[in-house]
Ligand binder design. Sequence first.
Ligand SMILES: NC(=O)c1ccc[n+]([C@@H]2O[C@H](COP(=O)([O-])OP(=O)(O)OC[C@H]3O[C@@H](n4cnc5c(N)ncnc54)[C@H](OP(=O)(O)O)[C@@H]3O)[C@@H](O)[C@H]2O)c1
Length: 341
Amino acid sequence: MPPSMSFPAFLALVLCSQLFRSIPTPTISFANQTVIVTGSNTGLGLEAARHLVRLGAAKVILAVRTVSKGYAAAEELLASTKATKDVIEVWQLDLSDYASVKAFAKRVEGLQRLDAVIQNAGIMTLQFKKVEAMESIIAVNVVGAVLLGLLLLPKLRETAERFGTRTRLSFVGSDMQYVAQCREAQGEGSAFEKLNEEKGAAMDDRYATSKLLLLYAVRSIALLSSPQSGSKSSVLINCMTPGLCKSSLFRDDLSFILRTLQGFMMTLLARSTEVGGRALVDAVRPDLGEETHGAFLMDCRVADNGTSVDSVEGKKLQERFTKELFERLEEISPGVTSVLH
Ligand SMILES: NC(=O)c1ccc[n+]([C@@H]2O[C@H](COP(=O)([O-])OP(=O)(O)OC[C@H]3O[C@@H](n4cnc5c(N)ncnc54)[C@H](OP(=O)(O)O)[C@@H]3O)[C@@H](O)[C@H]2O)c1
């Protein structure tokens, strides 16, 4: 098992980030650009979409699992930004239903261009539940997210080549990856199978583990699709964290004591989703540098990956997990990983 960051070190990192780092309001133009934001009917995704509209994007696609919620969000965005109706589109996407992910990617093929994707949709729960024969947090935050990213890579590449630009693909991870225990990955055997066992499932660690596994996958994908140094037409891929933000991410019922504790922590430390949304937009800004490719971004800068990634054990686990993930993705969508070779 890779060594995770110690709790005091994690606490110091989070306190420093939340209390002393400011996230600047993005000002760079997204004129002529088409951007997809998943999970954008609420929370961080909605606020990122609002910034993108304000920054002049030609088209912002709200990729949402419930279309009626997407239209309500679009109405609210139009009212708050005074953008014209044609700028915002609402498309259905459910990361827990791989047929929906494939249908979404098929629809993207019809776009004239795709400049950036913010893969923001995600879940956090303590309940063990299966979707697509997989534990739901892993199915949505890792498998669904990476499947979508790979299926959209060809369009991002085509746009980059056609317009001689850099297109961007960012996955929303979490600082929780630093303290992921990843207990299921211990020992031999399939990590997926162990993550799928309800009995003894470490659901208190599952969200953090999902974000670490996502970071592993993003790093591997980035490595296998590195832009040629100095090339102006390529796809930059990263994993970012917006930091702790006040949103409806945690939707489980909590006891009174836990709810009060959570509320206290949020009030003291958390950013607003508007501020977190700035960081999402920053991770796909048009002038993003090559140094961000394959990196973990925190507070709008390249951050340490952490020991769970950089240790010898972390590197081994990344290799083992990504191999298994790619095999799983090939079963879901044959040929999907061929974009990486
Ligand atoms: N808030 C934080 O402190 C924090 C910190 C670090 C990272 N993050 C990450 O930031 C991202 C956004 O979270 P948030 O805080 O804005 O939470 P949120 O308000 O709960 O938003 C999550 C979004 O994801 C969507 N979603 C959930 N399951 C989906 C699925 N199967 N298919 C498609 N969309 C789905 C939700 O749609 P519905 O509304 O229809 O459920 C919602 O739009 C997540 O990846 C989260 O892990 C959040």
